[in-house]
Design a protein around this ligand. Sequence first.
Ligand SMILES: *Cc1c(COP(=O)(O)O)cnc(C)c1O
Length: 380
Amino acid sequence: MSDKNKPETLAAQALGQIDPETGALVPPIHVSTTFARLPDYSLVDGRSYIRDHGPTQEQVESVLCELEGGADAISFSSGLAACTAAFHALNAGDHVLVSDTIYHGVLSWLKQFAGARGLEYAFFATGNIEQFEDLIRPNQTKLVWLETPANPTWAITDIAAFCEVAHRHDVYVAVDSTCATPVLSQPIKLGADLVCHSATKYLNGHSDVLAGMLVTAKKDVMWERIRQHRLLAGSTLGSLEAFLLMRGMRTLFVRVHKQCENAMALAQFLEAHHAVEKVHYPGLASDPGHQVACRQMSGGFGGMLSILVSGDRQYAIATACKAKVFKRATSLGGVESVLEHRKTSEGDLTNTPENLIRISVGIEHVDDLLGDLKQMLDGG
Ligand SMILES: *Cc1c(COP(=O)(O)O)cnc(C)c1O
C-alpha cells in the first residue's frame, strides 16, 4: 500500500498488510513463544524469543509508528511499563524535569523508585517554559517528561516551544500523548524525541486490554537502552493483547472524532450550568490552554474533561452517585462514558481538588449523556 494514504486508511486497514501464506485480511495471532532457526542456524527476521519481539506485537507497533510519524515503536505490557521504561533507560545521577500536572501513576513511580534508581528529579509548573529552562542543570538534565492534555485538568503544554528550549540544552523530550492520540496531535512532528501511550485507553478503546507503547523519533542510544530495558525487565505485551489492540486501533479515528464531538457539547452545557464552578476542557475558548491547543491539535480537543462542582468532597461524590448513563469507574478512552471522583483514585499524593469529577466521554448518543448530567446536577 502506498504510504501516501491518509492516516484513517492506514489505521482501518492496519497498513494494508495481508497474510502472505493464506491471503487473510486479518493477520493470524502468533502465540508461539519461540522461533525455529533455519538449517544454517540463522533466525527468521531476527526473531528468537517472544520477550524480545513477536510478529503480532510487531504488527501493532508498525501501525502506531506510522500514525505517529516515528522511526520505531515498541509495545509494553501496560502504559506504566512504557512510561517507566524511559526513566529506566537513564543512568544513576541523571536529572529529570517533570511537568507537575501528570498521570498520578508516573508521579507515584518517581516518588517511590526514582531515588532508589539514583535519578534526581524536579517539577516545573505545567506549561511554564521559563521555570523549566531555569531548572535545567547543564550536562545533568537528560530528560523532560510532558503530558498533554494532562490529567486531570487537561492542561496543555506547547510541545514545539518546549522542544526548542530542551534541545538547545541537549535535553531529551518525552511526551505522554495518551489523551491526544495520534488522531489529534503527533508530538514527533512537533520535535519530541519520544511519545508514550497508555494503549489501554484510546488506542484500544474498549476497556478490555492493558497495554502501553513507546514511539521514537530516531533509533538512537536512548532508544536502544529502552529496547534493552523491555527485553531484560520482561515488560513485553502478550500476543493476544497485541491482537486485540490492533483490532481496536482500526476504529481509532471514528471513535476519537465522535468522542471529541460529544465532549465539546458536554463541555458547553456544563460551562453554563449553575452547579458547576469550572469546566476544564481545552476546546472551550475560556480554557487557558485553548490557543496552544488550536495550534497543536487538529480535528478536536479530546474526549476528556473535568468539572469542579459547586460544593465539597461529599457533594462531588454524591453527584457522581446519581449517574445512570455514565458508569462510575476510573480509566478513560473507552467507547462507554465513565466518570469518577478523581481524588478518591489518586489519593493524597496529588493536589487534585476535592470537588473535581473527571469525565471520559464515550461514543453514545449525546442526548443521553446530556440528559444524565442534567439530572445529576439539577437536583441541587
Ligand atoms: C492510564 C494512563 C497511564 C498508565 O497506563 P496503564 O495502561 O494503566 O498502565 C499513563 N499515562 C496516562 C496519561 C494514562 O491515562
